[in-house]
Design a protein around this ligand. Sequence first.
Ligand code: NAD
Length: 283
Amino acid sequence: MEIIDGKALAKNVRENLKKDVEELKKKGIVPRLAVILVGEDKASQIYVKNKSKACIEVGVEYEEILLDESTSMEKLLNIIDDLNNRNDITGILLQSPIPKHLDINEAFRRISPNKDVDGFNPVSIGKLCLNQDTFVSCTPYGIMKMFEAYNVDLDGKDAVIIGRSNIVGKPMALSMLNKNATVTICHSKTKNLKEITKKADILVAAVGKKHFVTADMVKEGAVVIDVGINRTEEGLFGDVDFENVKEKTSLITPVPGGVGPMTVAMLINNVVKCAKNMIAQKN
Ligand code: NAD
């Protein structure tokens, strides 16, 4: 059994990005991420802080647009339009969740696919579906990079994802399908979940329930990826009962220190990719 060191991998990604950013600066482009935060969601504030820290470390400029809880849809769309039109902005991120009176899908649709560093625009997701080059949602993208780094070959493997969200489950499924895995997506209406997860060579848990995946749900020798972030009074927990599951696996991610740091690193990667694309379009 090996534990995936997401922190070390992410550090490596950031170090390589630092060099890319230096090269871009020589060509007159400074990557700059704009993050829109609406309201005062506590978890979002932590995520945004981590993202700004990573940007600064790599040399990517960072701009935060803080909007009041009562912001109108019209105002939000106008702000996105402005950011789409600004040449100095190379990536736009709308931190979710946003207040209920706002339509998040409409907002994601408005972000230019050229600056869609989170990969949530339907164009980005459509391209992923067609296995074309695009911005891939940062969490699944980070997990795919983990597979690469730890030589996990997906070809012909049975991959099972628990969770069908637009930001994790679905893009994760498409990413693994694009690498020739046989993919099953499970969700809250799935029957006989354990029967399905027990067949998984690769099991990805993106549920949002502490220790949801127990040892009896895991095949001997499986690769287990824990996306869950569950904050409780006792601390931070994943979706996988790590202590009891780990001995059954060949490879497993811890929480914290697994998927989370890679998600942030891939965001910066996407901001830098935007800047590179801008240069390529100019030439
Ligand atoms: P979500 O709430 O949108 O989706 C949860 C999914 O779990 C749903 O598709 C639902 O059908 C499924 N589910 C719920 N109960 C189930 C059950 N009993 N059996 C089978 N499936 C069930 O959540 P999300 O945005 O996809 O995030 C999932 C988790 O991952 C959360 O804990 C979130 O905080 C975390 N997350 C972590 C990162 C990271 O970088 N590590 C990034 C995004 C999300």
